[in-house]
Design a protein around this ligand. Structure first.
Ligand SMILES: [Zn+2]
Length: 323
Protein backbone atom coordinates (compact mmCIF):
# COMPACT_ATOMS: atom_id res chain seq x y z
CA UNK A 1 0.00 0.00 0.00
CA UNK A 2 1.22 3.49 -0.77
CA UNK A 3 -0.94 6.36 0.40
CA UNK A 4 -0.35 9.28 -1.95
CA UNK A 5 3.27 8.24 -2.23
CA UNK A 6 3.99 9.23 1.36
CA UNK A 7 3.68 6.01 3.33
CA UNK A 8 6.77 3.84 3.04
CA UNK A 9 6.10 0.41 4.45
CA UNK A 10 8.67 -2.19 5.01
CA UNK A 11 6.22 -4.51 6.58
CA UNK A 12 3.04 -4.69 8.64
CA UNK A 13 2.31 -7.91 10.49
CA UNK A 14 -1.26 -8.75 11.48
CA UNK A 15 -1.78 -11.46 14.06
CA UNK A 16 -3.95 -12.39 17.04
CA UNK A 17 -2.48 -11.84 20.47
CA UNK A 18 -2.55 -14.51 23.20
CA UNK A 19 -5.75 -12.78 24.47
CA UNK A 20 -7.31 -13.27 21.03
CA UNK A 21 -7.20 -9.58 20.04
CA UNK A 22 -6.36 -8.58 16.47
CA UNK A 23 -3.01 -6.76 16.43
CA UNK A 24 -0.93 -5.04 13.81
CA UNK A 25 2.75 -4.25 14.20
CA UNK A 26 4.33 -2.04 11.55
CA UNK A 27 8.06 -2.60 11.21
CA UNK A 28 10.46 0.11 10.02
CA UNK A 29 7.69 2.07 8.31
CA UNK A 30 6.79 5.73 8.10
CA UNK A 31 3.64 6.76 9.95
CA UNK A 32 0.29 6.05 8.39
CA UNK A 33 -1.76 9.26 7.92
CA UNK A 34 -3.89 9.92 11.00
CA UNK A 35 -7.24 9.40 9.23
CA UNK A 36 -6.35 5.72 8.69
CA UNK A 37 -6.40 3.08 11.40
CA UNK A 38 -3.11 3.08 13.26
CA UNK A 39 -1.10 -0.06 14.00
CA UNK A 40 -0.69 -1.15 17.62
CA UNK A 41 3.02 -0.35 17.33
CA UNK A 42 5.57 1.12 14.97
CA UNK A 43 8.59 -1.04 15.73
CA UNK A 44 11.86 0.73 14.84
CA UNK A 45 14.80 -1.68 14.65
CA UNK A 46 17.48 1.02 14.50
CA UNK A 47 18.15 4.64 13.61
CA UNK A 48 19.40 4.36 10.00
CA UNK A 49 17.22 6.49 7.73
CA UNK A 50 16.20 3.67 5.37
CA UNK A 51 14.26 2.21 8.33
CA UNK A 52 12.11 5.35 8.58
CA UNK A 53 12.51 6.12 12.28
CA UNK A 54 12.51 9.83 11.41
CA UNK A 55 8.78 9.54 10.72
CA UNK A 56 7.79 6.75 13.14
CA UNK A 57 9.51 8.45 16.11
CA UNK A 58 6.82 11.14 16.07
CA UNK A 59 4.07 8.61 16.89
CA UNK A 60 3.15 7.75 20.46
CA UNK A 61 2.94 4.17 19.21
CA UNK A 62 6.63 3.98 18.27
CA UNK A 63 8.67 1.31 20.06
CA UNK A 64 12.46 1.10 19.98
CA UNK A 65 15.46 0.59 22.23
CA UNK A 66 16.44 3.42 24.55
CA UNK A 67 19.66 3.99 22.58
CA UNK A 68 17.83 4.04 19.24
CA UNK A 69 15.53 6.74 20.68
CA UNK A 70 18.59 8.83 21.68
CA UNK A 71 20.16 8.36 18.23
CA UNK A 72 16.91 9.39 16.49
CA UNK A 73 16.62 12.53 18.62
CA UNK A 74 20.21 13.61 17.90
CA UNK A 75 20.02 12.76 14.22
CA UNK A 76 16.66 14.37 13.48
CA UNK A 77 16.47 17.04 16.18
CA UNK A 78 12.96 16.02 17.18
CA UNK A 79 11.60 14.64 20.42
CA UNK A 80 11.03 10.87 20.36
CA UNK A 81 7.35 10.41 21.24
CA UNK A 82 7.10 6.63 21.61
CA UNK A 83 8.01 4.00 24.20
CA UNK A 84 11.51 2.71 24.82
CA UNK A 85 12.76 -0.66 25.96
CA UNK A 86 16.16 -1.66 27.29
CA UNK A 87 18.30 -4.07 25.31
CA UNK A 88 17.33 -7.64 26.18
CA UNK A 89 14.23 -6.46 28.02
CA UNK A 90 10.52 -6.77 27.27
CA UNK A 91 7.70 -4.29 26.79
CA UNK A 92 3.94 -4.85 26.84
CA UNK A 93 2.23 -3.63 23.66
CA UNK A 94 -1.56 -3.93 24.01
CA UNK A 95 -1.22 -7.26 25.83
CA UNK A 96 1.61 -8.62 23.66
CA UNK A 97 4.98 -9.13 25.35
CA UNK A 98 7.65 -7.94 22.91
CA UNK A 99 11.26 -8.80 23.79
CA UNK A 100 14.36 -7.19 22.28
CA UNK A 101 17.61 -8.86 21.24
CA UNK A 102 20.81 -7.14 20.09
CA UNK A 103 21.82 -7.45 16.44
CA UNK A 104 25.18 -5.61 16.65
CA UNK A 105 24.46 -3.57 13.51
CA UNK A 106 24.53 -0.15 15.22
CA UNK A 107 24.51 0.92 18.84
CA UNK A 108 20.94 0.24 20.01
CA UNK A 109 19.92 -1.94 17.04
CA UNK A 110 17.38 -4.54 18.14
CA UNK A 111 15.46 -7.51 16.88
CA UNK A 112 11.88 -7.83 18.21
CA UNK A 113 10.37 -11.15 19.32
CA UNK A 114 6.82 -12.06 20.34
CA UNK A 115 4.28 -14.89 20.19
CA UNK A 116 0.86 -14.94 18.59
CA UNK A 117 -2.40 -16.51 19.81
CA UNK A 118 -1.29 -20.09 19.12
CA UNK A 119 2.25 -19.64 20.40
CA UNK A 120 3.93 -19.08 17.03
CA UNK A 121 7.28 -17.40 17.76
CA UNK A 122 7.88 -14.38 15.52
CA UNK A 123 11.26 -12.63 15.23
CA UNK A 124 11.95 -9.46 13.23
CA UNK A 125 15.65 -8.69 13.03
CA UNK A 126 16.24 -5.45 11.15
CA UNK A 127 19.83 -5.31 9.88
CA UNK A 128 22.24 -7.76 11.51
CA UNK A 129 25.98 -7.78 12.14
CA UNK A 130 26.09 -10.29 15.01
CA UNK A 131 23.37 -12.96 15.11
CA UNK A 132 24.88 -14.90 18.01
CA UNK A 133 22.38 -13.68 20.59
CA UNK A 134 19.20 -14.06 18.50
CA UNK A 135 16.67 -16.64 19.71
CA UNK A 136 15.16 -19.53 17.77
CA UNK A 137 11.74 -18.80 16.25
CA UNK A 138 9.04 -20.14 13.92
CA UNK A 139 8.66 -17.15 11.58
CA UNK A 140 11.85 -15.24 10.92
CA UNK A 141 11.54 -11.85 9.25
CA UNK A 142 14.99 -10.67 8.24
CA UNK A 143 17.21 -8.71 5.88
CA UNK A 144 19.34 -9.43 2.82
CA UNK A 145 21.60 -6.40 2.39
CA UNK A 146 24.35 -8.79 1.28
CA UNK A 147 22.13 -11.76 0.55
CA UNK A 148 22.99 -12.42 -3.10
CA UNK A 149 25.12 -15.54 -2.80
CA UNK A 150 26.26 -15.37 -6.44
CA UNK A 151 27.61 -11.82 -6.12
CA UNK A 152 31.23 -11.69 -4.95
CA UNK A 153 30.56 -8.27 -3.38
CA UNK A 154 28.30 -10.08 -0.89
CA UNK A 155 31.18 -12.14 0.48
CA UNK A 156 33.62 -10.32 2.75
CA UNK A 157 35.37 -10.31 6.09
CA UNK A 158 36.15 -7.33 8.30
CA UNK A 159 39.73 -6.19 7.74
CA UNK A 160 40.63 -5.81 11.41
CA UNK A 161 44.29 -6.43 10.60
CA UNK A 162 44.25 -3.60 8.05
CA UNK A 163 42.71 -1.29 10.62
CA UNK A 164 45.36 -2.19 13.19
CA UNK A 165 48.16 -1.74 10.61
CA UNK A 166 46.87 1.72 9.72
CA UNK A 167 46.97 2.67 13.39
CA UNK A 168 50.54 1.39 13.79
CA UNK A 169 51.92 3.10 10.67
CA UNK A 170 51.05 6.72 11.43
CA UNK A 171 50.50 8.74 14.54
CA UNK A 172 48.15 11.19 12.81
CA UNK A 173 45.31 9.28 11.19
CA UNK A 174 41.78 10.06 10.07
CA UNK A 175 39.13 7.41 9.50
CA UNK A 176 36.19 8.31 7.25
CA UNK A 177 33.06 6.82 8.82
CA UNK A 178 29.36 7.73 8.69
CA UNK A 179 28.30 9.64 11.79
CA UNK A 180 25.83 7.04 13.01
CA UNK A 181 26.88 3.41 13.12
CA UNK A 182 30.32 3.33 11.52
CA UNK A 183 31.77 6.19 13.63
CA UNK A 184 30.91 4.40 16.88
CA UNK A 185 32.41 1.18 15.50
CA UNK A 186 35.59 3.09 14.61
CA UNK A 187 35.90 4.49 18.14
CA UNK A 188 35.35 1.01 19.62
CA UNK A 189 38.08 -0.43 17.38
CA UNK A 190 40.52 2.39 18.18
CA UNK A 191 39.99 1.79 21.90
CA UNK A 192 40.19 -2.01 21.47
CA UNK A 193 43.65 -1.54 19.94
CA UNK A 194 44.77 0.25 23.08
CA UNK A 195 44.76 3.91 22.02
CA UNK A 196 43.56 5.90 25.03
CA UNK A 197 44.32 9.48 23.92
CA UNK A 198 41.89 12.07 22.56
CA UNK A 199 39.88 11.19 19.47
CA UNK A 200 38.83 14.18 17.39
CA UNK A 201 35.39 13.93 15.81
CA UNK A 202 33.10 16.03 13.66
CA UNK A 203 30.23 17.53 15.69
CA UNK A 204 27.36 15.13 14.91
CA UNK A 205 29.59 12.05 15.20
CA UNK A 206 30.88 13.41 18.51
CA UNK A 207 27.41 14.04 19.94
CA UNK A 208 26.18 10.60 18.88
CA UNK A 209 29.23 8.73 20.14
CA UNK A 210 29.35 10.53 23.50
CA UNK A 211 25.70 9.73 24.20
CA UNK A 212 25.64 6.20 22.78
CA UNK A 213 28.95 4.55 23.66
CA UNK A 214 29.53 3.70 27.31
CA UNK A 215 33.33 3.57 27.35
CA UNK A 216 34.30 5.90 24.53
CA UNK A 217 37.14 7.66 26.37
CA UNK A 218 38.03 11.28 25.67
CA UNK A 219 36.34 12.66 22.54
CA UNK A 220 36.97 16.21 21.37
CA UNK A 221 36.07 18.45 18.43
CA UNK A 222 38.22 18.68 15.29
CA UNK A 223 41.53 20.46 15.90
CA UNK A 224 41.07 20.39 19.68
CA UNK A 225 43.50 17.65 20.67
CA UNK A 226 46.69 19.56 19.86
CA UNK A 227 49.64 17.80 18.22
CA UNK A 228 49.15 14.36 16.75
CA UNK A 229 45.58 13.56 15.89
CA UNK A 230 43.38 10.48 15.74
CA UNK A 231 40.26 11.61 13.87
CA UNK A 232 36.92 10.11 12.93
CA UNK A 233 34.92 12.16 10.42
CA UNK A 234 32.30 11.45 7.73
CA UNK A 235 34.05 10.31 4.50
CA UNK A 236 33.22 13.55 2.66
CA UNK A 237 35.02 15.58 5.38
CA UNK A 238 38.38 13.81 4.96
CA UNK A 239 39.47 16.32 2.29
CA UNK A 240 39.00 19.20 4.74
CA UNK A 241 41.62 17.83 7.13
CA UNK A 242 45.34 18.79 7.03
CA UNK A 243 47.37 17.13 4.27
CA UNK A 244 49.87 15.43 6.59
CA UNK A 245 47.22 13.21 8.22
CA UNK A 246 46.98 9.65 6.82
CA UNK A 247 43.41 9.10 5.61
CA UNK A 248 41.29 5.96 5.19
CA UNK A 249 37.62 5.23 4.58
CA UNK A 250 35.90 2.46 6.53
CA UNK A 251 33.83 0.89 3.79
CA UNK A 252 33.31 -2.16 1.62
CA UNK A 253 33.11 0.09 -1.42
CA UNK A 254 36.11 0.71 -3.66
CA UNK A 255 35.10 4.02 -5.27
CA UNK A 256 36.56 6.40 -2.69
CA UNK A 257 39.61 8.54 -3.38
CA UNK A 258 41.21 7.40 -0.11
CA UNK A 259 42.29 3.81 0.62
CA UNK A 260 39.45 1.69 1.97
CA UNK A 261 39.51 -0.57 5.01
CA UNK A 262 36.68 -3.06 4.84
CA UNK A 263 34.80 -2.75 8.11
CA UNK A 264 31.14 -3.61 7.62
CA UNK A 265 28.03 -3.16 9.77
CA UNK A 266 26.47 -6.21 8.15
CA UNK A 267 26.68 -9.97 7.90
CA UNK A 268 27.86 -11.13 4.50
CA UNK A 269 26.00 -13.75 2.43
CA UNK A 270 27.56 -16.68 4.29
CA UNK A 271 26.84 -15.07 7.66
CA UNK A 272 23.21 -14.48 6.73
CA UNK A 273 22.73 -18.14 5.81
CA UNK A 274 24.36 -19.27 9.05
CA UNK A 275 22.08 -16.93 10.99
CA UNK A 276 18.97 -18.46 9.42
CA UNK A 277 20.27 -21.99 9.96
CA UNK A 278 20.97 -21.27 13.62
CA UNK A 279 17.60 -19.63 14.23
CA UNK A 280 16.01 -22.61 12.47
CA UNK A 281 12.61 -21.11 11.52
CA UNK A 282 9.68 -22.84 9.79
CA UNK A 283 9.77 -20.04 7.25
CA UNK A 284 11.98 -17.01 6.61
CA UNK A 285 10.43 -13.84 5.18
CA UNK A 286 12.97 -11.42 3.68
CA UNK A 287 11.78 -7.82 4.01
CA UNK A 288 14.75 -5.52 3.44
CA UNK A 289 16.32 -3.72 1.55
CA UNK A 290 14.69 -2.60 -1.70
CA UNK A 291 15.97 -4.15 -4.92
CA UNK A 292 16.47 -7.78 -5.88
CA UNK A 293 18.62 -9.03 -3.02
CA UNK A 294 15.69 -10.15 -0.83
CA UNK A 295 14.34 -12.30 -3.70
CA UNK A 296 17.81 -13.69 -4.42
CA UNK A 297 18.42 -14.51 -0.77
CA UNK A 298 15.01 -16.20 -0.47
CA UNK A 299 15.76 -18.22 -3.61
CA UNK A 300 19.09 -19.30 -2.15
CA UNK A 301 17.50 -20.31 1.15
CA UNK A 302 14.87 -22.36 -0.69
CA UNK A 303 17.64 -24.05 -2.71
CA UNK A 304 19.27 -25.29 0.51
CA UNK A 305 15.99 -26.52 1.97
CA UNK A 306 14.91 -23.55 4.10
CA UNK A 307 11.43 -22.36 3.18
CA UNK A 308 11.61 -18.68 2.36
CA UNK A 309 9.85 -15.87 0.53
CA UNK A 310 10.80 -12.26 -0.10
CA UNK A 311 8.29 -9.56 0.69
CA UNK A 312 8.02 -8.43 -2.94
CA UNK A 313 6.84 -11.92 -3.87
CA UNK A 314 4.18 -12.13 -1.17
CA UNK A 315 1.76 -10.02 -3.17
CA UNK A 316 2.30 -12.32 -6.14
CA UNK A 317 1.33 -15.33 -4.02
CA UNK A 318 -1.74 -13.53 -2.73
CA UNK A 319 -2.84 -12.26 -6.14
CA UNK A 320 -2.28 -15.66 -7.78
CA UNK A 321 -4.72 -17.13 -5.29
CA UNK A 322 -7.44 -14.90 -6.72
CA UNK A 323 -6.74 -15.62 -10.38
ZN1 LIG B 1 21.00 -0.13 8.95
Amino acid sequence: MNVRGTFKPHLAIKFKSEDGNACTFSVDTTRIPKKYRQPDAYLITHAHSDHHGKSAMLSGRAVCSDKTAIALEIRHEHKYNGSTVGMGESIDVNGVTVTTYPTGHTVGSTAFYWKNEVGTRILVTGDVKDASRLPKCDILITEANYGDHADSACHFEDDITGFNKAMEMDSSIAFGAYAFGKAQRAVELIRDFGYDGDIEMEDKSLALTQRLLDNCGELVGLGESGGEAMCVVPPWDLGKLPRDIAKYVLTGRSDYYYPAINISDHLDATGLVKMVEDIDPEVAIIYHPNGDRPAKFAEHLNSIGIESISIDNIKNVLSNEFI
